[in-house]
Design a protein around this ligand. Structure first.
Ligand code: PEP
Ligand code: MG
Length: 394
């Protein structure tokens, strides 16, 4: 395939911050992709290129300038070949020269173009590329937002209702539970990811609320993203609700949460380099609750491999913009599966209308998808796309 026109622009994300959107043209085909942006980011992520004022003009100019010059009219046999070319063109370990946001925008739009050319749905093209068995992921619906996504009204960043089964029935369950919880909580603010953001003075309260929803709906359970990087207090400990905890104390808190509540998974229970703490918790919770790496593994196949050697986790969050290309995000899924672990594909807290992550999660047959709460259009669109895929896939 030869790309004959490469366009890029900045668009606002759900927080009103600019992000990169790319449109690629090849003959009569064209495809657009936009790139999400995180707030609780790990320091080992590929670098999102931001101007001094927070804009993405340099990243946009890198797409329309150097990247366009180098890829236009060159013949690429596959999306993989194009990604390999972009990675080599950037030539840094963290995509800091051209920007992970610039590269990923091109990479996703190209994946769409190659799917169009092959005449197959996007999820199917991804499954063929990744050599995975496609299938509906569990819905990880972030019903209560805390941490940096909600001005720390609650310590943990995400309190999630995990809904199993076909997307249509899982989403119906999530809708009923989300509405019920909303009625119970009354007039509370919404967090960044379209979930409720109440304030409670005990750690347990959100778990009690979610456990009541789980008791009402079969095929549901609870997950959290502790996002513990954001809980560090600079003294080697973690602060929750104004109280300091060592890693060992936090481990026993997680242990008692798992004993008391119907837990499915705990993400980023410790800070991004606390490998031994992750491994100890994973041992303690084996067979009871998944331990998920996010800031810990940053969708990086090398960090996933290191985590495997340390036996540190049992599941990996997959966010394409943490690594900056579809090719490497697929390699991260493959490394996760090779370790015998669950892959959970995820949006970012700053989102756009792009629903690539839904096709990606379905295509790689992910264990789950994190796409936020049901109180924001850009999160609902991800679930709606999964419903469409459910129909396409029959
Ligand atoms: C997360 O931490 O899992 C998340 C989705 O938030 P952010 O995009 O802010 O990293
Ligand atoms: Mg996370």
């Amino acid at each position: 395939m030869k790309l004959d026109r490469i366009e890029a622009r900045n668009i606002p994300d759900t927080r009103g911050k600019p992000t990169v959107e790319v449109t690629l043209h090849a003959d009569e085909l064209s495809a657009t992709a936009s790139v999400p942006s995180g707030k609780s980011t790990g320091s080992h992520e590929a670098k999102e290129l931001r101007d001094a004022d927070g804009g993405v003009e340099t990243a946009v100019a890198n797409v329309t300038g150097e990247i366009a010059r180098e890829i236009a009219l060159r013949d690429f046999a596959s999306a993989d070949e194009l990604d390999t070319f972009l990675i080599a063109l950037d030539n840094t370990p963290d995509k800091s020269r051209l920007g992970a946001n610039a590269i990923l925008g091109v990479s996703i739009a190209a994946q769409r173009l190659f799917a169009q050319e092959a005449g197959v749905p996007l999820w199917k093209a991804i499954a063929e590329r990744a050599k995975t068995a496609p299938g509906a992921p569990r819905l990880y619906v972030n019903v209560i937002n805390g941490g940096v996504h909600a001005d720390f009204r609650l310590p943990f960043q995400e309190y999630i209702l995990v809904c199993e089964g076909k997307t249509s029935s899982a989403l119906a369950t999530a809708r009923a539970a989300f509405e019920k919880l909303g009625a119970e909580l009354g007039d509370v603010p919404m967090g960044d990811e379209g979930g409720y953001s109440p304030t409670f003075d005990t750690l347990e309260k959100p778990f009690e609320l979610l456990a009541a929803l789980v008791a009402e709906h079969s095929g549901t359970s609870i997950a959290i993203d502790a996002a513990a990087n954001e809980l560090r207090n600079g003294r080697g400990e973690y602060t929750l609700l104004g109280k300091d905890y060592t890693a060992a104390e936090l481990t026993s808190i997680y242990g008692s949460i798992v004993e008391r509540f119907p837990m499915h998974s705990i993400e980023d229970p410790f800070s991004e380099d606390a490998t031994q703490d992750f491994a100890r918790l994973t041992d303690a919770l084996r067979g009871k609750c998944l331990v998920v790496g996010d800031d810990f593994t940053v969708t990086n196949p090398e960090r996933i491999e290191a985590a495997r050697e340390a036996g540190a986790i049992t599941a990996v969050l997959i966010k394409p913009n943490q690594i900056g290309s579809v090719k490497e995000a697929i390699e991260a899924v493959q490394a996760t599966h090779a370790a015998g672990w669950a892959a959970i594909c995820s949006h970012r807290s700053g989102e756009t209308d792009d629903t690539f992550i839904s096709d990606f999660a379905y295509g790689v047959g992910a264990h789950g998808i994190k796409a936020g709460g049901l109180g924001q259009k850009q999160r609902l669109e991800k679930y709606e796309r999964l419903l469409e895929i459910e129909k396409e896939a029959v």
